[in-house]
Every structure is written in C-alpha cells, then in structure tokens.
Design a protein around this ligand. Sequence first.
Ligand code: HEC
Length: 143
Amino acid sequence: MARTKLILSIVVGIFVIIQLIPVNQTNPPIVRDAGAPEEVRDILLTSCYDCHSNESIWPWYSRIAPGSFLITRDVIEGRKHLNFSEFSDLNEYDSTKIAAEIIEVIKEEQMPILPYLLLHPKASLRDSEAKILINWAKTLYPK
Ligand code: HEC
C-alpha cells in the first residue's frame, strides 16, 4: 500500500515537473501567405494550417505535457517542410518541389497525419477536397 502511494506520488510529481519544461508554441509573423483562392484556402485552413502555417491554433490540450512535446514537434517539423505563411521568393526549384510534394502526399493520403485526424476528424480530406487541392497545387508549377 505504502509502495503504491510512493509510486503514485512519483508519477504525479513527474507529471507536474514536466509541465515546467518550456515549449515553443508561437506563431511567427506571416511573411507572405500562399494566397490560395478562397475555396482552396478554406480546405487548407481546416486540414493543413495548424502544422503548415504561422497561424496554428493551439488548443488547451496542446499545452499539457507530454502531449505538448509531440504536438509542438509536429508543428515545427511541418513548418520546416512546408509553410503556407512563408511563400515568398519561391524560385522555380522550390515551387516545383512544393507542388509535387503536395500532390504526392494527398494522392498517397499521407496528410493530415493520423494522430491529428483522431483529434480533428473534420480535417480528413474528402475526395472532392483532395481534387481541389491537387488542381491548385498544379498551378504552383512554374509557368
Ligand atoms: C498535425 C500536423 C500536420 C498536419 C495537420 C498536416 N501536416 Fe503535412 N507534415 C507534417 C509533418 C510533421 C511533416 C514532416 C514529416 C513527414 O513528412 O511526415 C509534414 C510534411 C508534409 C509535406 C512534405 C512531405 C515531404 O515529402 O517532405 C507536405 C507536402 C505536407 N506535409 C502537406 C500537407 C498538407 C497538404 C496538409 C493538409 C491536407 C498537411 N500536410 C497537414 C505535419 C502535418
């Protein structure tokens, strides 16, 4: 009994202490938005912007460790790969790469990632939405 209590206190103690570890949940300024047409932007906002823009919505549970560590890592990694708020100065190489990658992840149903979909079922792309995003991504190829 005393042992259970001790273990429980340790677990609670660790939980409390990890809350003090700082996480970088910030939204940097928008440099230049991708400027997608409204129909496309609505889908991107619902399904992609939390991890691929500087307009992430950080819900209350995203602030609680240890989940906060995983969520923050996904956003930082997501922004590194593709940031719809930093679409400035895309050269031919970048726009070709971004267009091809967006089309690929949608066709392969790799995005949004599964843990996110469990918490945001509405972010799941319907066939019609996937088509709209793919058609828009094609316009990103250099002319
Ligand atoms: C919960 C966060 C999250 C959401 C929501 C999300 N992504 Fe991602 N995305 C990531 C992470 C993390 C990576 C980098 C690691 C990886 O490739 O799995 C990534 C990588 C990518 C890449 C680069 C793939 C590559 O080949 O390097 C593209 C393109 C992409 N996402 C597009 C999208 C699109 C389009 C949406 C919306 C339909 C979306 N993502 C939604 C987290 C997310």
